[in-house]
Design a protein around this ligand. Structure first.
Ligand code: FES
Ligand code: FES
Length: 158
C-alpha cells in the first residue's frame, strides 16, 4: 500500500506491506534506528514515538495507519549540530541511562508531556511508568522528571 507520512518534518512516500509495523517502517525502511524494539508487544515502551504529538507504541501500530499523520522520532529531538533538548541535558546530568536501550522511548514520552500546556510532574511520572529499564536506572530518570517538570498541578495550574 502507498502511504504518505511526515517523519521528523520530512514528507515520505513509501510502498509498504499492510501488516508492516511502524517500528519496522522507521527502522528498516527509513533507517531511523534510534527507535528501539524490545518486547514487540506493547509492554516495555522502548519503541515509543510521537504521532501527531502523542506518545505511541510503534510496535503496536501499523505503518499504513500513519498515512496523513506526523511522526516524530528520537532523531528529531536534537538533529545533528543542534543543542540537546532540556530533557536530554537532564538525562546526561543525572546519569539517567546506562545501556541506553530504553532511553529513546522514555525521551519521547517525556517530550510528549513537556509539549502539553502546563505539564505537571505527576503526569510526567505517569507517562514513564509504562517504560521498563533493564539496567534499573529509574532513580536517575526520576531526578530528570523532578528537574524538568513543576512539582504539582497546584504549582502549575492548567
Ligand atoms: S517494543 Fe514496543 S512496547 Fe516494547
Ligand atoms: S538504560 Fe539500559 S535498559 Fe534502560
Amino acid at each position: 500500500m502507498r502511504i504518505t507520512v511526515e517523519v521528523n518534518g520530512r514528507t515520505r512516500e513509501s510502498d509498504v506491506e499492510p501488516r508492516m509495523l511502524l517500528c519496522d517502517y522507521l527502522r528498516h525502511e527509513l533507517g531511523l534506528t534510534g527507535t528501539h524494539v524490545g518486547c514487540e508487544h506493547g509492554v516495555c515502551g522502548a519503541c515509543t514515538v510521537l504521532v501527531d504529538g502523542e506518545a505511541v507504541r510503534s510496535c503496536l501500530t501499523l505503518a499504513v495507519q500513519m498515512s496523513g499523520r506526523s511522526v516524530r522520532t528520537v532523531e528529531d529531538l536534537a538533529p545533528e549540530g543542534e543543542e540537546l533538548t532540556e530533557i536530554q541535558l537532564a538525562f546526561r546530568k543525572h546519569h539517567a541511562l546506562q545501556c541506553g536501550f530504553c532511553t529513546p522511548g522514555i525521551l519521547m514520552s517525556l517530550t510528549a508531556e513537556q509539549n502539553r500546556p502546563a505539564p505537571s510532574r505527576e503526569d510526567a511520572l505517569d507517562s514513564v511508568r509504562g517504560h521498563i529499564c533493564r539496567c534499573t536506572g529509574y532513580r536517575g530518570i526520576k531526578r530528570v522528571v523532578e528537574e524538568v517538570f513543576a512539582e504539582s498541578d497546584a504549582e502549575n495550574p492548567r
